[in-house]
Ligand binder design. Structure first.
Ligand code: SAM
Ligand code: SF4
Length: 328
């Protein structure tokens, strides 16, 4: 039986967080001050991650994405990539990274079989990069992007959109994307930051960004969805040069198409970014659980899925884990 939830949604996508650690401190994700990261032994080993992935693939999962924290701070990540690529049935594997360590690791990742990267970059302005990330690594990210493109990776850029900050970045990012053949995906700021800074007025909305792009770059034409379950709505510029996408979790939630499950670095399964509850798989992995039992937990996570997050409802409660600890 495939992984179909109570709302008839087929689940074939597993996002795997390999660490909660990060080498930068984006204000909409991490706190500025000291953070109590997980201890090494609390984090799933590559063998454990691979086992969960194998069981998930046996249930119909076809797409994997590695994330974090910052996945490239996890030692020997290409080894995990190679193992996951070798699982029969995996059709697609991607990695989401802040790009700081990418220049040095891109080649090993390519050799391990990775072809798709989402590089997180909100701005092409070094000073604003510092304000957002509280780190001085803009140059390293740009180097990482250059190296990845040189090697032939398919690259998308993830740009988080916050009001009174990111407006000046909308156009330069789109122009960069048009020039380099990279899709820019603007992501509405979500209530998943560690400092509780989010409120609706801080979300730069898809419609506002589209208006800026139409006015300053050119007309946008919606691209009919090849995969209606992909989170981004995509547009191409009418002159045929370049694409942009919007992940509009706040203004246009796409929960009805959800096909995702998440595995946190400490071995919890989550059925939604915003879920309050999670199911433990680490206990099974380390307590002699069988693959059948693991499969049952995965099925249970799918059974428990809700129709969608309720950011707009007065009952909305932000999950106790911020983005870096869930795995965005
Ligand atoms: N460190 C990697 C990175 O930054 O790409 C991977 C993990 S990060 C949590 C995954 C993605 O989450 C990032 O690309 C960023 O765009 C997004 N993100 C983080 N905090 C967010 C927030 N509060 N709202 C919307 N997107 C957020
Ligand atoms: Fe690190 Fe990614 Fe969170 Fe930024 S968004 S602090 S890069 S985990």
């Amino acid at each position: 039986m495939p992984l179909i939830d109570g709302f008839d949604r087929l689940h074939d996508n597993l996002r795997i967080s390999v660490t909660d650690r990060c080498n930068i401190r984006c204000f909409y994700c991490m706190p500025e001050g000291p953070i109590l990261f997980l201890e090494r032994e609390e984090i799933l080993s590559f063998e454990e991650i691979e086992r969960v992935a194998r069981v998930a693939v046996s249930l119909g999962v076809r797409k994997l994405r590695l994330t974090g924290g910052e996945p490239l701070v996890r030692k020997d990540l290409p080894v995990l990539v190679e193992r996951l690529c070798a699982i029969p049935g995996v059709e697609d594997i991607g990695l989401t990274t802040n790009g700081v360590l990418l220049a040095g690791q891109a080649e090993a990742l390519w050799r391990a079989g990775l072809r798709r990267l989402n590089v997180h970059l909100d701005t092409l302005d070094a000073e604003r990069f510092f304000r957002i990330t509280r780190r001085d690594d803009f140059g390293r990210v740009m180097e990482g992007l250059d190296r990845a493109l040189e090697l032939g990776f398919r690259v998308k850029i993830n740009a988080v959109a916050v009001t009174n900050l990111c407006e000046p970045d909308v156009v330069p990012l789109a122009l960069y994307g048009r020039e380099r053949g990279v899709e820019i995906r603007y992501i509405e700021f979500m209530p998943l930051d560690a400092q509780g800074l989010w409120d609706k007025s801080k979300v730069l909305l898809q419609d506002q960004m589209m208006e800026i792009l139409r006015r300053e770059v050119g007309e946008l034409v919606e691209i009919p969805d090849r995969d209606p379950r992909a989170p981004a709505t995509e547009y191409r510029f009418a002159d045929g040069i370049g694409k942009v996408g919007f992940i509009s979790s706040v203004s246009k939630p796409f929960c009805l198409n959800c096909n995702r499950l998440r595995l946190t670095s400490d071995g919890k399964l989550r059925y939604c970014l915003f879920a309050i509850e999670e199911l433990d798989v680490k206990g099974l992995l380390r307590g002699g659980g069988t693959d059948l039992e693991l499969a049952e937990v995965i099925r249970e996570a799918v059974r428990r899925k809700w129709l969608g997050h309720e950011i707009h409802s007065t009952q909305f409660v932000a999950p106790p884990r911020p983005m870096y600890s869930i795995g965005g």
